[in-house]
Structure formats: structure tokens, C-alpha cells
Design a protein around this ligand. Sequence first.
Ligand code: FNR
Length: 349
Amino acid sequence: MQWNAGQALNDLEQAAKAALPEYVYGYFAGTAGGGESVQDAAAQWGDVRFRPRAFTRTSSRGTATSVLGVPLQTPVLAAPMAQQNAATPLAELATARAVRRTGSLLGVSTNTSVPFAKIAAEGVPWWFQVYVMKDRGLSDALVERAAAAGARALLLTVDTTRLSSGGLIIDPLLWPEVPGKTRLANLLEEDLSGLPGGATEAAGDLTLDVISDLRERSGLEVVVKGILRGDDARRAVDAGAAGVLVSTHGGRRLGRSVTSIQALPEVVQAVGGDCEVYVDSGIRTGDHIAASLAMGARAVFVGRPMLWGLATGGEDGAAAVLGGLTEELRATMAGIGADSIADITADLL
Ligand code: FNR
């Protein structure tokens, strides 16, 4: 697939919509409530205006960077998303290969349909996204397995204290070989049939000590995903988080939340350089990425556009999204007068 810089990802979404069963598209595109924060985010990202620099070198426009010490070729990262096997048969393996081609980083959902060992064999840096479950033993077991398989960090999602009414796809449709069983591919070798109902639901009572618990259990750094307030970011850092991901979960958890772009400045200010800050939810263009970095984010995660790429072109489609957005970022860098990621500073806004 050929990427045209500036091609609206909307077109890709329309192609994916046509290619996917209606219920899968509905699950991928779905939002909580009336989708208010998604609409707000689109408007607010669109309102970004730059103060371009003159008399600067922009001949390289290098996008190399690092997150938590892991060197990357782009600050455009693949968000953890459940059930990618509904988008393309190779699921996260296709995403991993796209990530490898673009020098990015892979987020792997608790609800991945691919065993960790297979993901690890792709040789890309990956972070394991943790949902702390009602049965803590299950999420602990997943975390230990992810760490043993080579995850570089944990992404602890804190915005999901209950499953949204938007609902997951019914499992047997996706795992016909394991009718009625859990969707937790990485625990499938265990006999989970005797678990009490609700054991794999999200714990509704997360406290800050989960951050140090997870660090000790895994030996990995913890990045807290789903922060929308400066005070929460500060508390997370003080409790040992190495990073925070400012996110509305793509508007899937609360219809009327503030947007990531609204929350990002107060989070950056509250952590004061004591941890890395990332952002996602509604990031669709090179301008959005450059603005995020100028506001103090170290990298951005991209969610649904990856699914649209996977659904229309598998690995190639996903690579086109990551690579296309990185190319758009380079075009924006040329426009604003930035020759490297480090050059994208707050004065450009
Ligand atoms: C998600 N997201 C998500 N987040 C998470 O922490 N664990 C998960 O399992 C999932 N699953 C998931 C499934 C689907 C279908 C979508 C669309 C999203 C949220 C994801 O990581 C990210 O925060 C948002 O998708 C970013 O917003 P955009 O880029 O989709 O607007």
C-alpha cells in the first residue's frame, strides 16, 4: 500500500469499515457515552498552531529518539489494543512486524490473542499492558510471564475500573477452538474453567501501591496509562512510576472526559521532568505528533489507525500507518524549523 502524506486516515477507516464485519468495526470504533471527548479532541488537535522558526537547519529531520532508554527510529508507537486477531489473522504478529520495519515500539494488551513467546520472537521492543484483575493472581501471573518473555516495561492501565458497556466481541467468535474459555491467550494452558465468575474482570479498587508491587514482581519499570490530571501524575511518579501516558483510552471509558491535549500541559508541569510523559487518543497527523512533543511528550501512541491499517493491509497496512505518520512528522519538522526530535520545543507553539 502506498501512503500519501496527508491522506486522511478517514479514508483508511472507511476502507476498513467496508472490509470488516459490522460488529468488529463497531467494537474497534466504539466510544463511551456520546463520544464527546473524541469529538472535542478532534477539534482541539485541529486548533494547534505553530510559531515556525526561521534560519535553522532542517536538512536531516531525524526522528530517532528513545523511550525509557530503548532507542527507536520514531516517536510514533503502537498502542496496546485487544483482539487484533479480529483485524487480521496474524494479529499482534503483523503489528510487531510493522513496528520492526519502522523502528517503533509495540504495546501488547492484556487481551492479546498471541502468546508472549511468539511476540518476543519478532525481536521488537514491547511493553506489556496490564489490567489488574479482580483475581490478582491472574494478572500477577501474566506480568511474570511477560517479564520472563522479555517485555521492556509494563503499561499499567488505570482508567478501566470496569468493563465498558461498549462490550467486547463474544469470545467464541474469535477463538472457536476454545469455546467458552477465557480470552487470555497467555493463560490458556492453565485450566481456568473453575475460576469464580468475574475473576478476570478489572479490579475496581486500584491503589497506588500497585505500582511498586508490579515493579518488584516483574523487575520492570511501570508506565501508568490513562492519566488525565496533574495531581494523579505526581502521585504516580512519587509511587515509583517511570512514565505516565496521558490518555482517554481513545474515549472508550468516559464520554465526557477532558481530552488528552487539555490534560497534557498540567501533567508535564506536575511531573517536572521526573518521569517520561507520553500521550495518545485522537493523534492522527504529523502536526498532532509535533504538537504533542512540543508540549512535552516524549512519544505518542496511535490506536485505531493501526487497526484500520491491519484490517486493510495486514503488516503492510500497519507499517504504512506508522511510517506514514512518521513521514508526516518529518514534513511538519521542515515547516516548523526542527531538525531533530530534541529541536521540537515548547516555543514552537
Ligand atoms: C484499545 N485500548 C486499549 N488500552 C488498553 O490499555 N488495553 C486494551 O486492551 C485496549 N484495547 C483497545 C481496543 C480497541 C479496539 C481500541 C480502539 C483501543 C486503548 C488504546 O491503547 C489507546 O489508548 C487508544 O486507542 C488511543 O486512542 P486512538 O488513537 O484510538 O484515538
